[in-house]
Design a protein around this ligand. Structure first.
Ligand code: HEC
Length: 146
């Protein structure tokens, strides 16, 4: 009975053309995972941090290349910046988390956030600010400095 319902649901889910996900929707997930990666690292929950990194990597390598780019700003800059991020930030974070060392992770977190922010600035979304220190909300909702 339950199995039958599950099969029916699966069959319905197999639409011939999967709906294209929005770049911004994937980014909202990336923001949440990066925030959790930072919070987990601060708490010494390295396995959880590494898990979040794996999910972050999937979002960049599997979801973003098929996502519909934003209509505003400069979407033409996105593809090379996505691959640059995957080639530099992901291995940097992976090595830092594997080291189980706070200072190493803090430095990799800051370098990664700088890359996040560089793409936001270059694509016309500089107001979406990723904090360079772990443990804060992503994106930053702190009051703007006067
Ligand atoms: C390749 C360029 C690029 C990189 C790298 C990038 N972003 Fe983004 N991000 C964007 C663009 C473009 C948008 C706006 C998307 C839109 O308007 O549809 C965005 C939006 C966001 C948003 C807002 C999502 C929402 O709609 O609520 C968050 C949060 C975010 N990014 C977090 C991050 C974090 C964290 C990183 C780094 C780990 C990162 N981004 C790296 C391009 C990038």
């Amino acid at each position: 009975m339950l199995l039958g319902a599950l099969f029916a649901a699966c069959a319905r889910g197999e639409a011939p053309e999967a709906a294209q996900v929005d770049f911004g929707t994937v980014m909202a997930e990336i923001g949440r995972r990066f925030e959790l990666l930072g919070r987990a690292s601060l708490a010494g929950r390295y396995e959880l941090a590494d898990y979040q990194l794996g999910e972050l990597e999937e979002a960049f390598t599997e979801a973003l290349p098929h996502a519909s780019p934003p209509k505003e700003g400069h979407p033409e800059v996105l593809p090379p910046l996505v691959s640059g991020f995957v080639q530099t930030a992901i291995p940097d974070l992976r090595a830092a988390i594997a080291a189980h060392d706070r200072a190493t992770i803090d430095a990799a977190f800051a370098r990664t956030a700088t890359l996040c922010n560089r793409c936001h600035a270059e694509s016309g979304h500089g107001f979406i600010e990723v904090p360079t220190a772990a443990g804060r909300s992503v994106p930053s909702t702190e009051p703007v400095a006067p």
